[in-house]
Design a protein around this ligand. Structure first.
Ligand code: AMP
Ligand code: MG
Length: 399
């Protein structure tokens, strides 16, 4: 058995740096990773303009309240190329409108009294006030995005402001989900016969993928025979970059995944991790004829969930071009609301609820206990043969 950190390092080492990209319409790049450095081609703002509705003035003219003549109007839109040529002249101006020549400030309309075609300033302005200078936000040539950056709504706005309609992003993997087990039937099947249970891992893995923004090519199932397991794995291998399977990875007579993978020339490169729940987890990969990665998650639903979060999620994120600093699950500090003990010889991931800074285990901590998992929003890792008293600060993984 290897440790969690050894297992994760081995998996991440096998996942190559993603170099395949596709150019997509800007809106379709939301939550994807940028595949090529982007630089500004136009400055922001693109021209000196007014920050307010008011009057473009010479700041020195606003020091006394005697009238200033309004000699024109510059709305937002076409630049009318207006100029203030003489002292005590002003131009009516609106937010975002190009700044007339000869002025050095904009006085807000709230700070003037309008008398016929003149204004009287009640508050003086200083040079530069209420003016947005060209390039003050962004210079031409400035780096906007680096490869690996996550595309957020703010970044889509920034790219649109550059006039872009498309962006290269890393390609997403083709991922198939495979459940194994003669006892499983798909949700929707009725009646449920004695001994049968609904396949919940398939939907749960699919949901975890969707949460990461990853599509699923197929939700497949195989009965517990060597022939079916081998042929299904063979078929999915041809059509996908990644297969995430659950169940059948242990040592029971009906656990055919390991021998089937060996038959396909992909014996597990990693099997059994010192962790609870999730010990029988396996991983294998090959690079020829094309890269293929197979994650074998234990069948018990909580084991499936925990090993996905700890080992599959970072690998998928790396595949998608996420920088290594962003692969780990987010953490938070919490106060333990009750004593937690781990008498076992493996690190134990306790499912729980983080609320108002307090972490509380969420009921039955068994590898099949789906209800407690469904209530949980975080995981607490406890060391083997250890106990943590109530009131202690702990680091938890946020789900
Ligand atoms: P296995 O590793 O195949 O022996 O499965 C371990 C346990 O997980 C058994 O109780 C299975 O019935 C259960 N299990 C396996 N696959 C699934 C699944 N897709 N959905 C729900 N339970 C499953
Ligand atoms: Mg099974």
């Amino acid at each position: 058995m290897i440790t969690e950190s050894e297992a994760l390092a081995k998996i991440l080492e096998a996942i190559p740096k993603n170099t395949t990209s596709e150019s997509l319409p800007l809106l379709e790049t939301l939550n994807r990773r940028c595949a090529a450095q982007q630089r500004a081609t136009i400055p922001l703002p693109g021209f000196d303009n007014s920050m307010m509705d008011g009057y473009a003035v010479r700041a020195a003219d606003t020091l006394d309240p005697s009238p200033i003549a309004v000699i024109g109007t510059q709305p937002a839109g076409p630049d009318l190329q207006l100029t203030i040529e003489a002292p005590r002249h002003a131009i009516r101006i609106f937010t975002g409108a190009p700044l007339p020549k000869g002025c050095d400030a904009v006085i807000m309309q709230e700070d003037v009294t309008v008398i016929d075609n003149s204004i009287s300033c009640t508050e003086p302005v200083v040079p530069g006030e209420n003016i947005r200078l060209q390039g003050s936000d962004l210079c031409s040539g400035q780096i906007l995005l680096q490869p690996g950056d996550l595309i957020s709504p703010g970044r889509i706005g920034l790219l649109a402001s550059q006039g872009l309609t498309h962006l290269p992003v890393y390609r997403l993997p083709r991922i198939a989900i495979l459940s194994t087990g003669d006892e499983l039937v798909p949700p929707g099947t009725a009646p449920l016969l004695p001994g049968q249970l609904y396949n919940s891992n398939g939907s749960m893995i699919a949901a975890m993928l969707l949460q990461l923004g990853l599509p699923i090519t197929e939700l497949a199932h195989t009965p517990d025979t060597m022939a079916d397991t081998t042929s299904t794995l063979q078929r999915l291998s041809e059509q996908n970059d990644i297969i995430i399977l659950s169940g059948g990875v242990s040592v029971g007579d009906k656990d055919h995944v390991k021998p089937a993978l060996s038959e396909l020339g992909m014996p597990p490169q990693l099997w059994r991790i010192k962790i609870k729940p999730g010990k029988p987890f396996l991983f294998t990969h090959r690079s020829m004829p094309k890269p293929l990665f197979i994650f074998g998650l234990p069948g018990n639903p909580v084991s499936t969930f925990v090993t996905f979060q700890l080992f599959v999620r970072p690998a998928l994120l790396k595949w998608c071009g996420t920088p290594s600093s962003d692969l780990s699950p987010p953490t938070a500090t919490a106060t333990l609301s009750h004593e937690v003990t781990n008498p076992g010889d493996r690190p134990h991931y306790i499912r729980g609820v983080l609320q108002k800074g307090q972490f509380t285990a969420s009921g039955l901590q068994r590898s099949d206990a789906l209800f407690a998992l469904s209530e949980a929003n975080s995981l607490l890792r406890t060391n083997p043969d250890s106990s943590i008293e109530a009131g202690n600060n702990v680091t938890i993984l946020k789900l």
